[in-house]
Design a binder for this molecule. Structure first.
Ligand SMILES: NC(=O)c1ccc[n+]([C@@H]2O[C@H](COP(=O)([O-])OP(=O)(O)OC[C@H]3O[C@@H](n4cnc5c(N)ncnc54)[C@H](OP(=O)(O)O)[C@@H]3O)[C@@H](O)[C@H]2O)c1
Length: 302
């Protein structure tokens, strides 16, 4: 059985990937995160590990001997990256160096999660995998640096760039635009959303499908794994409000400048998914379909 190790398994995306691969039932699964297992289940071996501890990470890898490593571990908060630059470099870049070295020496297939924030977002066209990264903030800088290391290493690897990933997180995981809009508007609270940042929001289930597709043929390269619709954050919020029938007047449209966020973010960072469609057979769901899935009885969190 193929041994797969998922790093960042307590994170929003890492845990979804773990649960999804668990449901396939044909993999030998190992999961690892900095803190204790957020929602223990049968079917995988969980280890609490700080991936910035080189010695521990190396001996863990030698013990597990994975065939495939999926790296969903990161300092993913923009604020945390700006405030703790050396820590974010340790997690987002230095640990990737070690993983690359291990993958090279042991012929491991490496799957790494990355982001649209590697781009500056100065132009309105969707970005393709051939476009040159030029990050605006420190988070983007760390992610672009890790990508560069992976690509230059020539190891067998796939880099999956995702963006504004939405879905149902577990208790204790960070929220996303979908949960923010749903949870605030359902209580009649006001939310402020920007209309000057454009994205191709990604349903987390589609990220899991993309990971399965990449694993199937161990397809190498950079892939944009995003949704099929390109819209502003405020338009996305209105779509969610409308779907639930919530009061749209409680959505206050604003601008990035007015919100007073001092971290620079790309304005237009939609990702073209043509390459993933063609090479992987990736076919993401529309926002409407994703909302239908998220509100289907089996997916409602009680
Ligand atoms: N969510 C999005 O919208 C989005 C958009 C673009 C790109 N991405 C990328 O997708 C990936 C996953 O994102 P996410 O939203 O799932 O992030 P997340 O929820 O913040 O999860 C990150 C995970 O990394 C783990 N981690 C952090 N430092 C660690 C360390 N020193 N040792 C071991 N584990 C450590 C955390 O472990 P603990 O929880 O145990 O501390 C957590 O499980 C990241 O590479 C991110 O850049 C995400």
């Amino acid at each position: 059985m193929t041994k797969i190790l998922i790093l960042g398994a307590n994170g929003f995306i890492g845990r979804k990937i773990l649960s999804d691969l668990l449901s396939v039932g044909t993999y030998n699964l190992y999961a690892c995160s900095r803190t204790a297992d957020i929602k223990p289940e049968k079917g995988y071996v969980f280890t609490q590990l700080d991936i910035t501890n080189d010695e521990e990470l190396n001996s863990y890898l030698s013990l597990i001997t994975p065939d495939i490593i999926i790296n969903a571990a990161a300092i993913s908060s923009l604020q945390d990256c700006e405030l703790n630059r050396s820590k974010s470099l340790n997690v987002n870049v230095d640990s990737v160096k070690l993983l690359i070295e291990y993958a090279r020496q042991n012929s491991v297939f490496f799957i790494h999660l990355s982001t649209d924030f590697v781009f500056n977002g100065y132009r309105k066209k969707l970005y393709t995998e051939n476009d040159t990264p030029d990050p605006l903030n420190f988070y983007g800088h760390t992610k672009a640096r890790a990508e560069e290391l992976i690509v230059n290493s020539k190891i067998k690897a796939a880099v999956l760039r995702v963006e504004v990933v939405y879905g149902e997180p577990l208790e204790g995981q960070h929220g996303n635009i979908f949960t923010l809009v749903r949870d605030k508007l359902s209580k009649g609270e006001i939310i402020k959303v920007v209309d000057d940042q454009y994205r191709t929001p990604t349903f987390v289930d589609d990220v899991c499908i993309a990971v399965r597709l990449v694993i199937k043929k161990e397809t190498e390269g950079i892939f944009h794994i995003a949704g099929p619709e390109y819209l502003s954050i405020s338009d996305f919020a209105f779509r969610i409000a409308r779907y639930y029938g919530y009061n749209e007047n409680n959505i206050q449209v604003t601008t990035t400048r007015a919100i007073g966020d001092n971290i620079e973010r790309p304005r237009y960072s939609g990702l073209s998914i043509q390459k993933a469609r063609k090479r992987l057979g990736y076919n993401p769901k529309t926002i409407l379909k994703s909302l239908e899935i998220l509100t289907s009885p089996e997916n409602i969190r009680l």
